[in-house]
Design a protein around this ligand. Structure first.
Ligand code: SF4
Length: 373
């Protein structure tokens, strides 16, 4: 196989890793650009978008994650790119201005540090030989040593390690080889420590990703871990990837659950992103998130609407007097609309909800929660 053949396979296999792309309802983030199958338009953790060459270094995995099509023993075409091949292919696309950054992940070849060595070697060639100063996102392989993590941080703009499951029990259901505390929690904690404000690598962004619905985890468990990652470990972004039926082995809980409705996990993924935004951008606390008796979010209504239904005493919100925090609690009003309302009322009184610049169903929705007196 030549480099292009390998890229075709390895880039295709990297599409389930969203650790630098925002989730959307319509599955946009799993699609690739038309100009080269390994070029992905992505939203970066710190905001803004770019185009990345996104690939695995190898898909020949020694691990056994039951939700993953690349697990050892599964029937896929295996290949590996060398550090030189990756660096050269990337620079060629970069010189042609087709990509503006590299996202490099990998299956586990032999063991975590052997894999990290190869990825680090590719990044080092880019930084040292080609003097490339742009965006590099390196995946930290579960179980990587402290030294390998530190070296990856020294070369990267962003790093990520997928937490995948909320806790030890779910991890054990899905993999016999990965030990949650040793291989996931320890590296995540070290990444957080080395990138905290004032630390040597504070410029490097850390992100992670949950796989949603492969085990029998609840939304409550995922949300609690997500809040811990933001508050205690100060991660920049947490992503969610709906488990897709048919990719894993047939005896995992997700295969059984997904059998009833394959769209179910995508709705869960979308709801979790909504909660993520409510907590990061809207000032919601974990206690504000409404869960059903099984600990899951509503599939039918968004989490802000669910909160509004539970809190009739909070409404109606007065458009001309409410604080920013109160405005963003209104279903249909986001941070941008709240800012517009605040700017507008500095100049004149809002006498009609339509003056805030929203239309259609959103206007109807907002109107049922606010007054203009
Ligand atoms: S470590 Fe697990 S998730 Fe990653 S490629 Fe290997 S089997 Fe798949």
């Amino acid at each position: 196989m030549d480099v292009i053949d390998k890229l075709r396979i390895l880039s295709e296999d990297s599409r389930y890793d969203l650790a630098c792309a925002c989730g959307t309802a319509d599955d946009e983030h799993r699609k690739r650009g038309s100009d080269g199958r390994w070029i992905y338009p992505v939203v970066l953790p710190e905001g803004g978008s770019t185009v990345l060459l996104k690939t695995l270094l190898s898909n020949a995995c020694a691990n056994d994650c039951r939700y993953c099509p690349l697990r050892s023993g599964s029937n896929v075409r295996r290949c590996t790119l060398g550090p030189e091949e990756i660096a050269r292919a990337f620079m060629e696309y970069y010189w042609k201005r087709k990509v503006f950054g590299l996202f490099l992940s990998s299956a586990v070849i032999r063991d975590p540090d052997y894999t990290m060595d190869k990825m680090i070697a590719a990044a080092r060639i880019l930084r040292n030989r080609w003097a490339y100063r742009g965006y590099i996102h390196l995946k930290i392989i579960p179980g990587a040593s402290d030294a390998a993590i530190e070296e990856a941080l020294s070369l990267s703009t962003a790093v990520s390690l997928n937490i995948e499951t909320p806790g030890e029990r779910h991890c054990a259901v899905l993999s016999k080889k990965k030990i949650f505390r040793r291989d996931i929690l320890r590296p995540l904690t070290l990444m957080a420590k080395l990138t905290e404000p004032g630390a040597r690598y504070s410029r490097v962004k850390c992100t992670t990703q949950f796989i949603v619905g492969a085990s029998d985890e609840t939304d409550r468990e995922i949300i609690h871990y997500m809040v811990g990652l933001y508050k205690r470990l100060r991660f920049k972004r947490v992503y969610f990837s709906a488990y897709q039926r048919g990719l894993g082995d047939e005896s995992i809980p997700g295969e059984q659950k997904g059998a009833s409705d394959p769209r179910e996990q995508f709705i869960r993924e979308h709801r979790l992103y909504q909660v993520d935004f409510l907590i990061r951008k809207y000032g919601f606390r974990i206690e504000d998130i409404v869960l059903d008796r099984y600990g899951n979010l509503s599939a039918d209504k968004d989490p802000k609407e669910m909160w509004a239904e539970r809190h009739p005493e909070f409404f109606p919100v007065r458009l001309n007097r409410a604080s920013r925090e109160e405005l963003v609690r209104v279903p249909g009003i986001g941070p941008e609309t709240a800012s517009r309302i605040i700017d507008m009322r500095r100049v004149h009184k809002i006498t009609d909800v339509a003056m805030i610049g929203v239309r259609g169903n959103r206007l109807k929705q907002i109107s049922s929660y606010v007054v203009c007196e």
